[in-house]
Design a protein around this ligand. Structure first.
Ligand code: ATP
Ligand code: MG
Length: 255
């Protein structure tokens, strides 16, 4: 496991020399519960370098798809395939931030430290990483504060800091700003942009069109569990190919 954190403003480590777990391929992935197909079948390949936004209305299956990709759910059929590289464990090269992050009953700094300890980062290296990542997410002044007393927006930033500290190759984000006000949303989006700029592949869900326009390089448009459109963000927003995507973009309710 590589240690240390890449930050905007410091020289990112040369990633070209590093083995990558990407691309991620979904090969006919489906997910069913009690005989009802909730996802699939989905075929797609996600490359490194781009911010992939999974867009779709409430109930479209965005969270399920993200959990399938991250390995929290097992597909009912098909395969989630990481290219992987010799000696690389894909599960150790990815992190996820949930819509409602759970903080441990300890300080903000200790929450980040604990995540690093779980990844077996030596104690002697953890302090610097924790300080740096709290600094870069604007949370330095909260380092000693009990994490659960932070505001919801601050907790969401801390969840991002905790994930970023692990320096994942891939970061999954499930509606990271769903309950935040515009200022907190903007702050979280800036952190996501910084994590991307430092070389981490972003795969995130949202039903917020404005956010998708601001953050996405490519869109996966999900409707009723099926991937019905995929393409560069600009093309998706200017020339959607399906009636469902056109209806979603124009604000009509789909579900
Ligand atoms: N364990 C489960 N058993 C049965 N149905 C489920 C289960 N998990 C999810 N679903 C259903 O699958 C559908 C997709 O759920 P999912 O949470 O992925 O939607 P979403 O696109 O993330 O929606 P939102 O924008 O509201 O977060 C929903 O109709 C949901 O009720
Ligand atoms: Mg969801």
């Amino acid at each position: 496991m590589e240690v240390g954190v890449n930050f905007v403003g410091t020289a990112p480590r040369a990633r070209s020399a590093k083995a990558s777990i990407l691309p991620l391929e979904l090969k006919g992935v489906s997910f069913s519960v009690a005989g009802e197909r909730l996802i699939g079948e989905i075929f797609c390949r996600l490359e490194s370098g781009t911010r992939t936004v999974i867009l779709g209305p409430n109930g479209a299956g965005k969270s399920l798809l993200l959990r399938l990709c991250h390995g929290l759910l097992q597909p009912s059929s098909g395969e989630v395939f990481w290219r992987g590289a010799d000696g690389l464990d894909p599960t150790r090269c990815q992190a996820m931030v949930f819509q409602r992050p759970v903080m441990l009953r300890r300080s903000a700094a200790a929450n980040v430290d604990y995540a690093l300890a779980l990844r077996k980062i030596p104690r002697s290296e953890r302090g610097d990483i924790v300080r740096e990542v709290l600094d870069q997410t604007g949370l330095a002044r909260f380092a000693g504060q009990a994490a659960r007393t932070l505001s919801f927006g601050e907790q969401q930033k801390l969840a991002l800091a905790r994930a970023w500290a692990l320096k994942p190759q891939v970061l999954f984000l499930d509606e990271p700003t769903a309950s935040l006000d515009p200022a907190a949303t903007r702050a979280v989006e800036q952190i996501v942009a910084a994590i991307h700029a430092a070389g981490t592949k972003i795969i995130m869900t949202t039903h917020d069109l404005g956010q998708a326009r601001r953050l996405a390089d490519e869109i996966l448009f999900l409707h009723k569990g099926r991937l019905i459109e995929r393409g560069p963000a600009e093309r998706f927003f200017t020339a959607p190919e399906t009636a469902a995507a056109r209806a979603f973009i124009s604000g009509e309710l789909l579900w």
